[in-house]
Write a protein of this length. Structure first.
Length: 339
């Protein structure tokens, strides 16, 4: 069964054409499934951002990594309050220092954080926020600021639901911050949320990311008129997260190759130590592959969003391993179509 094109599964057209910076901001908020609903103080996430800026109708227009970093520190402070008040008793990992992270990668990481926030909401019996997808556009600091501020808004809804009155001390605005620093804060937030969700990321989560990758690669194949492989190759023996991570690295290098052949500025390959690999690290690497796939879609003018999928169940590392091999096979087909 094919994955793309007219009458094929796995795609839906994006919303109508949205023009202007402010409309793009609203579109980004819609993709995250968030409305400008009021928080406890009567203001929305947009109002909160507007408090940080003056002289512009669009408060994210002049956003910098410094602004996003401040918002990410506030986000971490809110998560720590929730952990203390709700009795999280795990010992969260701390993310490693990052480098070469672009706003696109930080945005992708923010969606991971939002997915965990939505799981916390579901666990507490609250209305669940929709996570959404990376919009097919050039992602800037303003887009990331909106995403992080949306996470803040959802965290404060949890506090309100659980009648937690403690307030954070807002972080100061500091100079010299980078997108890589923001990425690390989001990675730390993801680890901290595991104690509230009740479990870390597992093979089911990584498997779902591989399905999203295959759907997006099918869209690209349709544009490049490349064949699409549907059947994953057989896998022998028991596989570990490290085995899967090695194949994700292979796929990352092939993505760089494809971007180069398409005349794009290729991104750097994610760093994986391959010493002690967890599903969370593999998920992060596949998340970055999804971000790079979006860049290819934008380069080719594919303004189409993939169809959402139901979360899989009972997947093992071997199942994920096979799907990553299928991703690699389809990347090879794409490279062959532009060589």
């Amino acid at each position: 069964m094919n994955r793309c094109g007219s009458g094929k599964r796995g795609v839906r057209p994006a919303g109508g054409a949205v023009r202007g910076a402010f409309a793009s901001l609203l579109c980004c908020g819609a993709l995250l499934g968030v409305t400008a609903s009021a928080d406890d103080s009567g203001g929305s996430w947009f109002d909160a951002i507007a408090d940080w800026f003056t002289g512009s109708d669009d408060p994210t227009e002049n956003a910098t990594p410094n602004d996003v970093h401040r918002a990410s520190l506030d986000m971490l402070a809110e998560i720590r309050i929730l952990r203390e008040e709700l009795g999280a008793d795990d010992y969260p990992a701390e993310a490693e220092a990052q480098d070469d992270r672009a706003p696109l990668h930080v945005y992708a990481k923010s969606l991971e954080v939002m997915s965990k926030v939505s799981r916390v909401q579901r666990k507490l019996g609250m209305p669940v926020s929709k996570v959404g997808q990376i919009p097919v556009k050039v992602i800037g600091a303003g887009d990331v600021l909106v995403s992080v501020s949306t996470i803040l808004d959802e965290l404060r809804k949890i506090k309100s639901q659980m009648v937690i009155a403690r307030e954070i001390e807002p972080a100061p605005l500091e100079a010299g911050k980078t997108t890589s620093m923001v990425y690390k804060n989001l990675a730390d937030a993801s680890f901290l949320l595991d104690g509230l969700v009740g479990r870390p990321l597992n093979p089911n989560d990584v498997y779902l990311n591989t399905q999203h990758l295959l759907d997006d690669l099918a869209l690209i194949a349709d544009r490049l008129r490349a064949p699409v492989n549907e059947e994953a190759p057989p896998v022998e023996g028991r596989k570990t997260p490290k085995d899967v991570a090695q194949q994700v690295l292979r796929a990352s290098y092939k993505m760089v190759n494809l971007q180069t052949r398409l005349g794009m500025d290729a991104s750097s390959v994610p760093t994986l130590t391959l010493v002690r690999v967890t599903p969370s690290e593999v998920y992060d690497a596949t998340n970055m592959l999804l971000a790079e796939t979006m860049r290819v879609k934008h380069h080719l003018g594919i303004d189409v969003l993939r169809e959402e999928r139901a979360p899989p169940r009972n997947k093992q590392p071997g199942d994920v391993f096979a799907q990553v091999l299928l991703v690699i096979m389809n990347l090879d087909e794409l490279m062959g179509s532009v060589s």
